[in-house]
Design a protein around this ligand. Structure first.
Ligand code: HEM
Length: 213
């Protein structure tokens, strides 16, 4: 029962954020949003294509990724798992490269420390996407599964980043956070939306592999 409720909640958050990201991305590609958001660069065609296409494909990856670990879906429709996997890997590569190009050409709102946190996030996503695909192609399913799970954590990381803010602001009314994202809470967030979750996943993966005492 608690598991079902958790899945429904996850679906609501994933769909809500993916819809926001898709809409933002499509508007940014088609319209001049300079009056609306600092993320839009007036006259910056490459920067805008990079960041807004990353939002569009990020939404696609985020909607598909929760279905991939479901065992009965994989067994019953293996072709669907493979097709969705290819879409997720391609989307993740575009998402990561788009974010990295934006950081290189424009930089994040909070400057170098946030650039570093988000650049590492992009590099890890790129690496996990390539490894998940490589091991699937080599039919090394155990390794493929590990890298695909790491990739899933990173894809969901973008949602986790926003959820941390929602929880923090509802508990503290925005303590240690400001509009430039340079407060102590914001600084922690540069890495806190993916590093602890990747570490938890590693611990879980290792515990599963350890021989029973
Ligand atoms: C599925 C994954 C992702 C999705 C859905 C996503 C979506 C978004 C959205 C909607 C925004 C607009 C800001 C907002 O409204 O909060 C954004 C901003 C941004 N994203 Fe992503 N993103 C993803 C992954 C990544 C990755 C892997 C990187 C790193 C390379 C990255 C780098 C950035 C940067 C640098 C910004 C602008 C930050 C700023 O200065 O405010 N994103 N992303």
């Amino acid at each position: 029962m608690a598991g079902c409720l958790g899945l429904v909640l996850l679906a609501v958050f994933v769909l809500g954020f993916a819809a926001y990201s898709l809409r933002f991305g499509l508007r940014g590609i088609g319209l001049d949003l300079s009056d609306e958001t600092y993320i839009y660069t007036p006259g910056g065609t490459i920067t805008n294509i990079a960041i807004f296409s990353h939002m569009i494909l990020g939404a696609v990856a985020m909607v598909l990724v929760p279905f991939q670990p479901v065992a009965w879906l994989r067994r019953r429709y293996p072709w669907l798992h493979r097709m969705a996997g290819r879409v997720i890997v391609t989307a993740s590569v575009v998402v990561a490269l788009g974010g990295l190009v934006y950081i290189a050409l424009r930089g994040t709102i909070a400057g170098p420390p946030m650039d570093a946190g988000f650049a590492l996030y992009g590099v890890l996503m790129l690496g996990c996407a390539v490894q998940a695909l490589r091991h699937a192609r080599a039919a090394d399913i155990a390794r493929h599964r590990e890298w695909a799970l790491r990739l899933a954590v990173l894809v969901l990381g973008s949602l986790i980043y926003r959820l941390h803010y929602v929880i923090w602001y509802s508990l503290t009314d925005g303590l240690w956070s400001n509009a430039d994202l340079t407060g102590p809470f914001d600084q922690m967030q540069y890495f806190a939306f993916y590093v602890p979750y990747l570490v938890a996943l590693e611990i879980w993966l290792r515990a599963r592999k350890a021989p029973a005492p």
